[in-house]
Structures are given as C-alpha cells and as structure tokens.
Design a protein around this ligand. Structure first.
Ligand SMILES: [Zn+2]
Length: 145
C-alpha cells in the first residue's frame, strides 16, 4: 500500500484495541493507542458496537454522525431481518431475532447446519453453527434478507 494512497471511503478500520479509524494510515494507531495495524470493515457491515471507541485524530464529528446513522440502519436490519440457514441440504429463512435469542439451542441441536455469513470484505460463506464463535472472532456478520 503506497503512502500517498487515499483512504477508501467505503471502508473504516478497526485497530487491535477495537478503536475505529476513518483512515487506514492514521498515525494515532501506533502513537496513541499502541495498537497493531487495522482491519478494514466494509461500511455496509458497520455495527453500532464498533463505534464505542472512535479515534479523535481521523474521525471528525461530521464523519462520526454519518457513521452512526449507517450503523443504526445496519443494526435494525440485523434485528428485524431474516438469516439464511441450511439444514440437511435444505435452505430456509429464520427470523434473526429468534435465532439470536436461541443461539445456544440451535448450535447444540444442529451443529452441522450452516448459516450464511459474510466476511469483513463482503464475501459470503455458509458457516457451520459449530464454528460460529470462530467466525465472530474473525469479524464475520450474518447475511440478512
Ligand atoms: Zn485514527
């Protein structure tokens, strides 16, 4: 990545201390937060919980305001939308809320079923329920329909 490259407007960046940056090359990542380089998050998959800590060096108030609006819309899709699960080869939709409330039961009863998730670059994968916590750790989000 060249040092003159402008930050891509459709991505924000989480550093290893979970502080959110608008700029991938932000100097505050290392100097202030003593963090490791950042992970890009496609802005369409930004969630409100990622905005708990925001860098004051590269995120101004106007940017923060628009990020909050986008995150709120994404949150509401996560709450009210449907997830796509595949059980014994049959794909079906399930209410996101219902799944989230009973997630342990789903994982226990159908560890080999899969749920559609997307990685932080926006690519979709069918993830085994048994592997879901691993997927969370890698910043995967549920695909909602
Ligand atoms: Zn920053």
């Amino acid at each position: 990545m060249g040092c003159h490259e402008k930050p891509h407007a459709h991505y924000v960046y989480l550093d290893s201390q979970r502080v959110l940056h608008a700029s991938q090359g932000c100097k505050a990542v290392a100097k202030i937060h003593n963090a490791q380089p950042v992970s890009p998050i496609a802005i369409n998959y930004l969630q409100s919980e990622m905005l708990r800590e925001v860098c004051s060096q590269c995120v101004d108030e106007k940017t923060l305001f628009s990020l909050q609006k986008i995150a709120e819309e994404n949150d509401s899709l996560q709450r009210n939308g449907n997830y796509i699960i595949t059980v014994n080869g049959v794909q079906r939709k399930i209410k996101a809320e219902k799944f989230n409330e009973n997630i342990d039961a789903f994982v226990d009863q159908m560890p080999d079923a899969t749920i559609r998730m997307r990685d932080r670059y926006g690519k979709e994968h069918d993830i085994k329920l048994a592997d879901i916590s691993n997927a969370y750790e890698n910043n995967y989000e549920y695909v909602t329909k």
